[in-house]
Unconditional design. Sequence first.
Length: 452
Amino acid sequence: MSAPPSTGLSRKATFYATFASVAGWAFDLFDLFVLLFVAGTIGDLIFPSHSPTLSLAAVYASFAVSVLLRPAGAAVFGGIADRHGRRKTMVIVLAGVGVFTAAMGAVPTYAAAGLWAPLMFLVLRLLQGIFVGGVVAATHTLGTESVGPRWRGLISGLIGGGGAGLGAALASGLFIAVSAAFPGDRFDVWGWRIMFFAGLVSAVLSYFVLRGVEESPLWKAQAEARKQAGPQPKPRMSDLVRGGRGGLFALNILLVAGAGSQYYLTSGYLPTLLDQVTGVHKSSQGVILLVSSLGVVVACVAAGELSERIGRRRSMLLMGGINLFALPLLIWLVTSTDPAKTGQIMLYSTALAFFANAAYAPVLVFLNERYPTALRARGTAVCWNTGFMVGGLMPTFVNLASPGLADVPGRLTGFLIAAVAVFLIANAISPETRGAMDDEQPSHLMPEAVKA
């Protein structure tokens, strides 16, 4: 059931597949970042509380409940992507994420609807989470399966990290524009709603994917091989843990959890850190976040390419070792600097996002190479979303562990050190996977249903 070493796609088709994967991931992360950028506003309008940290905790809890359903969405849409193709799945998930994100902009405030307001918001977050869980099953597998082995590390960084950086940059740019168009109290009336309505752009993108992107050549090759082989057992979700592979599955999730926690406690928490904790002026926040997001793109592409040269495991160990010391220092620098010194805070924030995102840039291609084509979407998506589910809960725990806003930096630093330590341990006991895709893949990484 091996695929040919060459993708068989033209340069134009490869470009379209890569562009669609990066854009799909970017708009997915854009939809998620919108909530992070308006967390303070949402807390006041939909989750009001006498305590600022409790209001923030409620907003991040709404973020967390969406994260909780992502593994379920990964299992559902990962199965669809493995059975029916990456391209069809991408169309479905991008449309779903966009529609439910836009619907959040129509939720009434607590003052207008009482308890119905947070309830409606949470329901929409849950539904969005199901579709978000399927994004990685389609976008990343399509991208890495559509390029040759030499470029998989770079493309992994470009999609997984660069796409996230671009999504955050788009959200930052929108935040700057909307804040200027709806200053002060007007942002609390219409500005935050327009931020959510912009999610419809990803739904529009799904139409262009349907019209212009070719299916993954590796998926088509394995589908044709199965057809020619005649009736045989189909790979199942349980193949991810059967036959003594439960330990491998658990290790993958542990590694992703360490990576995801670094992401959510830095880039994911940075809007709140600048706004609620550090007190940076709102007009400067968007610029700082925009610059730091562009730094993420550079970091992830560079880290992805590095993983192609020295290996996935070595590159992640290197960045994890740096982060064990760099991330706590940078959190202290961001929160202890005079908020009026926006240039210094921008430098520290960009460095914080750079190092944290560089660490997880090779994780997605690492997961791709852990599974054969027939199980790749399911294995990658379930491990990624389960690990990031754990990571997505971390900001909520930081807020709950902080009696006041002044306590946030210390608690945040403690959680970050623990996350990096988990990431390093999981990497230290994981195998190198570079080149392990399809016929290049070591037999001990292949589920029995596929080897048969």
